[in-house]
Design a protein around this ligand. Sequence first.
Ligand SMILES: C[S@@+](CC[C@H](N)C(=O)[O-])C[C@H]1O[C@@H](n2cnc3c(N)ncnc32)[C@H](O)[C@@H]1O
Length: 244
Amino acid sequence: MEIPLYFYLAYEGLERLSPGSADTTLKAIDKVNINSKANLNILDIGCGVGSSTILLANYFENSEIEAIDLFKHYLDVLNEKIAENNFEDRVFSYCMDMKDPDFANEEFDIVFAESSIEVIGFRKGLKEWKRLLKPGGYIIVSDISWIKKPSAKSVKFWKNIYSEVDSIENKIAQIRNEGYEFIDYVIVPKEDWKEFHKKLEKNLDSLSIDKSAKEFVNVLKKQITFFRQNSDEYSYVFYIMKKC
Ligand SMILES: C[S@@+](CC[C@H](N)C(=O)[O-])C[C@H]1O[C@@H](n2cnc3c(N)ncnc32)[C@H](O)[C@@H]1O
């Protein structure tokens, strides 16, 4: 798929492509009741530049990790990190569509997707990725959720961006409806968003001189402003669940 260059420039040099932090991701990973020294197979879906791929590889020190993303530019950055960390023998990246992951049934102990399940949709992702998990395996996904009763303004704003934004309670019900055992959740704190937005905004300011990027830049700036005004109402939330 051809992606305009400004799409990459907006995120150039950012450690991650979504609000978050190593601390928050580790809190979510820590909920998984698996020996971190075991030989595990892990799939990172929509890995982007791989900040969490590397985190997973460090945490699960004897694991083999397959990291997939649709966009090669991001995988190039991840591949540099794999080399820097000497992970070439156990971390592998693939240009692959999350809607058609080319892996065998029951191949993975953990399926991880940080801020990417919205591409396929929360419920569809949980349904379709289940086959990839071994029985007793875990899925860790983060998705935009209401963290308090949202205002009508927020509901309207998000409806146009991602129709599956829902309360944590409803997300947990959806997880159970898909036949998983719900384990726990972790809310991405405001500070993680602030840090991410600060860096993103800097890149967007430099991009503003590119006329072809104007609309794209405006959309992202609008989202940043909206978050600053309504950050008590929503966030990414990690959901941790187990295949029964
Ligand atoms: C918001 S970013 C999150 C990236 C990374 N997980 C992180 O937290 O930094 C969403 C990622 O999904 C990837 N993506 C979008 N559509 C995809 C698809 N159909 N299949 C695989 N990856 C996709 C994007 O390229 C991007 O890297």
